[in-house]
Design a protein around this ligand. Structure first.
Ligand code: HOZ
Length: 428
């Protein structure tokens, strides 16, 4: 199956003008061996492409659209706020309200600064950790993706895994040398790294629940081990909650796991679909930032008034509509239904799902890190992806990406999706 003629035409034009025809590699559909469709509009749980075909969307702009596409409270709030100015570059009230909301909701965050993306947030956390500790080395885990930050684009997940180039060209060896990459969920390797380099390690950075090599959960005790080792050796623990923050619970995985990090990177849901990131943590560490401290970090558009209002409105709606319970119900309905369909058909699989996030793996073993993920037969995923797209179900176009359900999805949407998948696999 391929996409419609107008999408094809637009993609040819885009490829002549934009590298690969896309502004973020994973959008190019390379990992499903095809070309992308171009969106015309989106509303609620559905997208319409330029050829007029409709899709039930399980990508949701890769996470931010937790209320669905173009939710009226958010579009109204943006519209109203825009009348008073689109950007000031001067402190505005929305920034303070957003800071208050984050500090109220996210355990461990005592002070917070806004950025324009999750990449900026993780990059700033790493710089701050280095500035605060006076050390250079960072530990990251294989298959964890923290945006396209130089020192973190080593053995990274998401697009970097997709294209089989874990180490991007253009990153000096000397930068990469300061990044120690370890297999996730491997306690022994983590202890060894601290035994060897403990005095030089500024921080561990970890995705709270790794969600860029599918969706992986920490083994029992692994988060605590990170906490204990960082404390013992005077290093910081950075939690990347860009994917999970505000999506799984008000306080993200820190709340779910009853766990606190020193610094937290946030993004996606917090911006209501506009380009937003944030990072925060212990006040004594955050005070190292300019203008109070020696670590420079800045942004002309950071704390943009429209982005603040969009994010605040989205968070308010989530709270008022008891969103997390609703999302968990939908996620469970989807997960249970999908497991049953695949089990009945005897298709080996693992479906990792928490709340409204999920990833389907076509192998039947516990997924502990990126080595487990790459064992699966990707051709099965591709077959499912295209068959679903044909029937108007848009799954993430890569087996390394996590799927998202929004509050605009209904139980009927979930059942429609399950029926499509059941019909698809019945023919296998
Ligand atoms: N895995 C990425 C989100 N964390 C996909 C989105 C992108 O890189 O454009």
């Amino acid at each position: 199956m391929s996409v419609g003629p107008l999408s094809k035409k637009m993609f040819s034009r885009a490829q002549a003008l934009i590298p690969g025809g896309v502004n973020s590699p994973v959008r190019a559909f390379k990992n499903v061996d095809g070309d992308p469709f171009f969106v015309r509009r989106a509303k609620g749980s559905r997208i319409e492409d330029v050829d007029g075909k409709h899709y039930l969307d399980y990508v949701g702009s890769w996470g931010p659209n937790i209320l669905g596409h173009a939710p009226i409270p958010v579009t109204n709030a943006i519209h109203e706020a825009a009348k008073d100015g689109i950007s000031y570059g001067i402190p505005n009230v929305g920034e303070v309200e957003m800071a208050q909301k984050i500090i109220d909701w996210v355990p461990s965050v005592e002070k917070v600064r806004m950025t324009n993306s999750g990449t900026e947030a993780t990059m700033s956390c790493v710089r701050l950790a280095r500035g605060f500790t006076g050390r250079d080395k960072i530990i990251k885990f294989e298959g964890h993706y923290h945006g396209h930050v130089d020192s973190l684009l080593v053995a990274a997940g998401s697009g970097a895994l997709t294209f089989g180039e874990p180490d991007s060209a253009g990153i000096p060896q000397s930068f990469a040398a300061e990044t120690l990459t370890l297999p996730y969920n491997d306690a022994e390797k983590l202890e060894e790294a601290f035994a060897k380099y403990g005095e030089q390690i500024a921080a561990i950075i970890t995705e709270s629940y790794p969600a860029n090599a599918g969706l992986i959960f920490p083994k029992k005790g692994f988060l605590q081990l990170m906490r204990d080792l960082t404390e013992k050796h005077g290093a910081l623990l950075i939690f990347d909650e860009v994917m999970t923050g505000f999506r799984l619970a008000k306080g993200g995985v820190q709340e779910l796991e009853g766990f606190t990090a020193d610094l937290v990177a946030m993004g996606k849901v917090i911006g209501g679909g506009l380009p937003v990131g944030a990072f925060g943590g212990r006040a004594d560490i955050m005070e190292y930032l300019a203008p109070n401290g020696p670590v420079y970090q800045a942004g002309t558009l950071s704390g943009n008034p429209l982005a603040m209002v969009a994010g605040l409105t989205q968070l308010r709606e989530l709270e008022e509509q008891n969103g997390y319970a609703q999302l968990t119900n939908l996620g469970t309905r989807f997960g249970d239904g999908l497991r049953k369909i695949l089990s009945d058909k005897g298709i080996p699989h693992r479906l990792n799902q928490v709340g409204s996030m999920f990833c389907l793996y076509f192998l039947d073993e516990e997924i502990v890190n990126v080595s487990s993920v790459t064992k699966q037969d990707f051709s099965i995923f591709k077959k499912l992806f295209w068959a679903c797209l044909e029937e108007g179900i848009y799954l993430a176009p890569s087996p390394y990406e996590t799927g998202f359900i929004s509050m605009a999805h209904t139980a009927d949407d979930i059942d429609e999706t399950l029926t499509v998948i059941q019909d698809v696999v019945a023919k296998w």
